[in-house]
Write a protein that binds this ligand. Structure first.
Ligand code: ZN
Ligand code: FE
Length: 254
């Protein structure tokens, strides 16, 4: 099993250090801030064997070079973005597996936010590190991909079991809830969750990880094929990717 050590860094990113308990193998999911990650490792007394990058954006790979220099760790990243991942040693793509000691992740290619974005799914532990593909009640902006691509990517995540814990790379949840309420305000699960999130944040608590059950019930970007939500968008019977695209456009302008 994995131990997951999560900590806030930069303005709204999360760092995740994962340690396979059977072997002591340690990986960092992305490298938002080398200094912060190294300090956390020192405090925990953990080495660093692997970096698992989700995509090329600087708040996800910015610490690669410095951490690799200090820890001599292996950098793993998406094949489609190999030229933009500093220090990359091994590329991964759809269907590959990555072993963190005795814990195995399946790699899914989830284009949309960027074209090469990958997520790491530890299926037998019901945990996934989803980068900027999915956020609590939100999803990544479409910087490189199309609405069709992102809808297809999110639909694959949505098929995972209810209990799957989703480790998103940013704490955007309160702002996402405000937008979600603007398009899906009749959704009682969403209203209850928005109140709970406000209370969590007021106590200084993270809202990450989230679970797939919660996201299915409250995340409008996973509900683009829901009849009530499509009616609220005034897009009855729309192809889901079109409704998804409309949601993303409204969120960008929100
Ligand atoms: Zn990003
Ligand atoms: Fe990011």
């Amino acid at each position: 099993m994995l131990q997951v050590h999560q900590f806030p860094c930069l303005s709204d990113n999360y760092g995740f250090l994962i340690r396979d308990e059977a072997t002591g193998t340690v990986a960092s999911i992305d490298t938002p801030d080398a200094g912060a990650i190294a300090r956390q490792l020192d405090d925990l007394g953990w080495p660093l064997h692997l970096i698992l990058n989700t995509h090329w954006h600087p708040d996800h790979v910015g610490g690669n070079a410095q951490l690799k220099q200090r820890f001599d760790c292996e950098v793993v990243g998406p094949a489609g973005e190999r030229d933009r991942i500093p220090g990359i040693d091994r590329v991964v793509d759809e269907g590959d597996v990555v072993d963190v000691g005795a814990s195995r992740a399946q790699v899914l290619h989830t284009p949309g936010h960027t074209l090469g974005h990958v997520v790491y799914h530890f299926a037998d532990q019901q945990r996934a590190f989803v980068g900027d593909t999915l956020f609590a009640m939100g999803c990544g902006r479409l910087f490189e991909g199309s609405a069709e691509q992102m809808w297809a990517s999110l639909s694959r995540l949505r098929a995972w079991p209810d209990a799957t814990r989703l480790y998103c790379a940013h704490e955007y949840t309160q702002a996402n809830a405000r937008f979600a309420l603007s398009v899906d305000g009749e959704n009682s699960a969403l209203r209850a969750r928005a109140r709970e999130v406000d209370a969590q944040r007021a106590r200084g608590e993270p809202t990450v990880p989230t679970t797939l059950a919660l996201e299915r019930a409250t995340n409008p970007f996973l509900r683009a094929d829901d009849a009530a939500l499509q009616a609220a968008l005034d897009m009855p019977d729309a192809p889901p990717a079109s409704a998804f695209g409309e949601l993303r456009r409204r969120k960008d302008a929100f």
